[in-house]
Design a protein around this ligand. Structure first.
Ligand code: SF4
Ligand code: SF4
Ligand code: SF4
Length: 509
């Protein structure tokens, strides 16, 4: 009798973790594997079968990033108890590993656009919500109690600039001790309302401007309308008022991946722009259909930037941000002086200072501290604080002329891959440092808010209108998907509704 030959698996097993079923949101085991030099998360739901998604397009970068994992800092206060386990106890619950570098308040669900891509599922909707000053005050107070001296509060939506009290909310945040308020906006009001930028400038507001690209096709694919002129006017208003802006691009493989270099060059040249944020499209809420196995990841964005601007960048110029889980976000800084662009990691050993595993003794702790503040989710480019940290980090180095005016010339690039119901890994989530504030006094990690069902729950509480569980618009799920009233997808297959009773979200403890 011939003994059959054993067959090797085609992947390297890295670890077991927990995730959720993208359809019913039940918490299920998941495993992380490396295959063909890429990292995948795989899981199986008892009722809805197997799921697999790409989580990092470069396995070597994934493994290398794990050294950049800073010990977390406890918040001063948590808001819930650990009862049912992560991610059902948000939050923050006492099991959470990090305080909040950044918090968000979604002041409304209405918007002056109806983008095909909107993780908040917002737009011109009759059943939306608009927070009042009392609710916003409660949320800011929660943030202040948890942080003591909170770093960054982002006002988002919907479109926050159309909220009639948005400037008052920003002023309130500043009065209560928030160091930096940021407005996440599509720029329409900045472009059209002559006095708006000045009002924001009175409070030193940072501007996160939706800016997906320079081609009309990109605007039509991701926003439904050509907003190129609007963006130019919005940035001109920022410049005139002395506001600094970050260009925030949702990146889609088919729509605008080819434009990363052009977006960067545009940012380098515009006087109001101090950073570019690239976010692979979040496959939560409303979005175009996608293949989970070929979705964009942080390492894909890094490689694409290098391919499109080889004269300026190397892959080794980008480092993971250590305050959150290191696979969540990567950053680099540049010193720009005319045509001279110098990535800071070329002149400073960032690797050595932000490696928390080998823990080498470093000659100058002040440089490490400055780099930690720069490679942080709370770093807001264009502010004095960021300029001072750069100055400190580079003080002992013989820099090019650019260093003489760091506040003016420093430029930041952020690459941030938010998790979705396919890619959610509680290992990352437990160290999340970006929290969504809710009117009932919780601070919910942003990726949990968008993936686990918290967004649906809070919207339902605020509007009184039932919100069905949102399911990713993934190609393998098409046979069971229907379109919701807001354009996102819901499951029509029997059993999908089961999730509502299984989640414990919404129960205050
Ligand atoms: S993500 Fe954090 S706050 Fe939420 S359940 Fe997990 S540990 Fe708790
Ligand atoms: S992505 Fe932003 S601008 Fe577009 S509909 Fe959503 S909230 Fe409005
Ligand atoms: S928001 Fe998501 S991607 Fe960002 S730090 Fe939190 S878990 Fe990571």
């Amino acid at each position: 009798m011939v003994t059959p030959a054993r067959i090797d698996r085609d992947e390297v097993f890295l670890e077991v973790t927990k995730s959720i079923c993208p359809v019913c949101k039940s918490v299920i085991d998941a495993e992380v594997n490396v295959r063909d030099d890429k990292v995948y998360l795989r899981k199986r739901c008892r009722d809805h079968g197997p799921f697999e998604a790409l989580v990092y397009g470069d396995a070597q970068m994934y493994m290398d990033s794990l050294r950049f994992n800073k010990p977390g800092t406890l918040p001063l206060e948590t808001q819930t108890e650990a009862v049912d386990g992560c991610p059902l106890d948000c939050g923050l619950c006492p099991e959470h590993k990090q305080h909040a570098c950044v918090a968000l308040i979604e002041v409304n669900s209405n918007c002056n656009l109806d983008c095909p891509v909107c993780f908040a599922d917002s737009g011109h909707q009759p059943d939306g919500f608009s927070l009042d000053a009392g609710q916003v005050e409660t949320m800011i107070d929660t943030f202040v109690r948890a942080e003591g001296e909170p770093e960054v509060l982002m006002f988002s939506g919907g479109e926050p600039s159309i909220h009639p009290e948005i400037v008052e909310f920003i002023a309130m945040a500043k009065r209560k001790g928030v160091r930096q308020a940021v407005l996440n906006t599509n720029g329409i009001r900045l472009a059209r309302d002559a006095g708006f930028a000045e009002q924001l400038a009175e409070h030193g507001t940072g501007i996160y401007l939706q800016f997906d690209g320079l081609r009309p096709e990109t605007h039509l694919a991701l926003r439904g309308v050509d907003l190129r002129e609007t963006k130019v006017r919005a940035l001109a208003a920022c410049e005139a008022a002395g506001l600094t802006a970050s260009l925030v691009a949702a990146v889609d493989r088919d729509s605008n991946l080819a434009e990363l270099g052009d977006i960067l060059r545009f940012g380098f040249e515009h006087p109001a722009v101090r950073s570019v944020v690239f976010q692979p499209i979040t496959n939560a809420g409303r979005h175009i259909s996608f293949d989970p196995l070929t979705r964009l990841t942080n390492s894909d964005v890094v490689h694409t930037i290098v391919e499109q601007m080889p004269e300026t960048f190397r892959v080794s110029d980008f480092f993971p941000v250590p305050c959150c889980f290191p696979t969540c976000r990567s950053v680099t800084y540049l010193l720009i002086d005319g045509d001279d662009v110098v990535p800071v990691p070329r002149v400073l050993n960032v690797d050595e200072h932000l490696d928390y595993i080998t823990n080498r003794a470093l000659p100058d702790p002040a440089i490490k501290e400055a780099l930690e503040r720069l490679w942080s989710a709370s770093a807001v480019p264009g502010t004095t604080v960021t300029a001072e940290q750069l100055e400190c980090a580079t003080c002992a180095i013989d820099l090019p002329a650019a260093a003489t005016a760091l506040a003016e010339k420093a430029f930041m690039i952020v690459i941030q891959d938010f998790q979705d119901p396919y890619t959610l890994n509680v290992k990352q989530l437990m160290k999340c440092c970006v929290e969504q504030l809710t009117p009932d006094g919780r601070m919910i990690p942003f990726c949990a808010y968008n993936s686990v069902g918290y967004r649906e729950e809070v919207r339902e509480q605020l509007t009184g209108v039932p919100v069905p569980p949102i399911v990713p618009n993934a190609i393998p799920l098409q046979p069971i998907l229907a379109t919701s009233d807001h354009g996102s997808r819901v499951a029509v297959a029997p059993g999908a509704e089961r999730s509502r009773d299984q989640r414990n979200i919404g129960r205050r403890r």
